[in-house]
Design a protein around this ligand. Structure first.
Ligand code: PHE
Length: 346
């Protein structure tokens, strides 16, 4: 039986070395060491061997089987590699074919206008500040002269964050305005200051063509000795004419915001309809552009600035609305809607 096994091994090794295709190799494997193959056939005789021979033949047959299996594996690998290499030889790769069309992204119209606003104000010596979008009631309201009982709280419908309350700072809110950064900047740097704060703001609004729950504002303020509303007019005239590249008509009306005194509303002529009246300007020809005014002394005090020594103005406008004006967009919901057919136009 030993001879039979060794003969089988020899024959099988020879067959393996002659195999030139994977399918061929598999047939050989089945024939010699498959479940119904020759090895199994030979081992049928083991039961007739003497007890002394049984373990010797058992061991040998295992060795033969293991050796052949290893051989099959190695040959299969070699054949596969050869077949792959052959395939590659016939493949041609044309490196001159242009690649798939890569569509680069671009800057969102909101960011484009924000960049321009920042550039213009930087050129006038304003620094650009940032503040948290989840803000405390203190910075968003109290510190800005709007205590909890004040009816002016109703001017800004607010998203409150559940379960967060701090003794001094109150509940947490999604900031309804960028004005809290006035206080944060005063606390951090003191006077004098020239600052703009572009940023995202939130209100609990029913949405329509001119209201959204998320929008962008730009706060601006200037604090120094002897700062007056005429400086505000000058800065705004400069800013708007640089931004639009032409003269825009501005009107100033009295307005009310608890953190300024006196308070102002600044409007400019609707660029979409040229003052004739349309959906965006609610058929008045004027677009309410911003709130402004001289910073209330309570706010200066809250920011750690002495109102006897320093004074200044502040304004806040909707960056989102400015983008709409700029591009003649008549529905605010398009701006953050994420519709590429809209976005790709800019
Ligand atoms: N924060 C005000 C608003 O969102 C705008 C404003 C800013 C008014 C600064 C006056 C001064 O309505």
């Amino acid at each position: 039986m030993k001879e039979q096994l060794l003969a089988l091994k020899k024959a099988c090794l020879e067959a393996i070395s002659k195999a030139d295709r994977l399918s061929n190799l598999q047939e050989i494997e089945v024939k010699y060491i498959g479940r119904k193959g020759e090895l199994t056939n030979i081992l049928r005789g083991v039961k007739d061997l003497s007890d002394a021979e049984k373990p010797v033949i058992g061991k040998l047959s295992n060795e033969v089987k293991n050796e052949l299996e290893a051989e099959f594996k190695a040959k299969a690998h070699a054949l596969e590699t050869a077949e792959l290499n052959n395939k590659l030889k016939d493949d041609t790769f044309d490196i001159t074919v242009p690649g798939p069309d890569v569509k680069p992204g671009h800057i969102h119209p909101l960011s484009q206008v924000q960049n321009e606003v920042e550039k213009i104000f930087s050129s006038m010596g304003f620094m650009i500040m940032d503040g948290p979008e989840v803000e405390s009631e203190y910075y968003n309201f109290e510190g800005l002269n709007i205590p909890a009982w004040h009816p002016a709280r109703d001017m800004q419908d607010t998203f409150f964050i559940k379960d967060k309350k701090d003794k001094k700072h109150g509940r947490m809110v999604l900031r309804t305005q960028t004005s809290p950064v006035q206080l944060r900047t005063m606390e951090k740097y003191g006077a004098p200051l020239r600052v703009i704060v572009p940023g995202r703001t939130f209100r609990y609004e029913a949405t329509d063509v001119s209201h959204d729950t998320t929008f962008y504002q730009v706060e601006g303020f200037m604090i120094d000795k002897d700062i007056s509303i005429s400086h505000l007019k000058g800065v705004l005239a400069q800013f708007l004419s640089k931004l639009f590249g032409k003269e825009v008509t501005v009107r100033i009306r009295p307005g009310y915001f608890p953190f300024v005194e006196p308070g102002l509303e600044v409007d400019f002529s609707c660029l979409l309809c040229g003052g004739k009246g349309c959906r965006v300007c609610k058929h008045t020809g004027w677009v309410e552009f911003m709130g402004a005014g001289m910073i209330h002394e309570n706010v200066l005090k809250a920011g750690g600035i002495d109102p006897k020594k320093w004074q200044g103005w502040a304004f806040g406008f909707g960056l989102t609305r400015l983008v709409m004006m700029r591009h003649g967009i008549d529905d605010i919901r398009l701006i953050l809607g994420g519709d590429l057919r809209f976005i790709n136009q800019f």
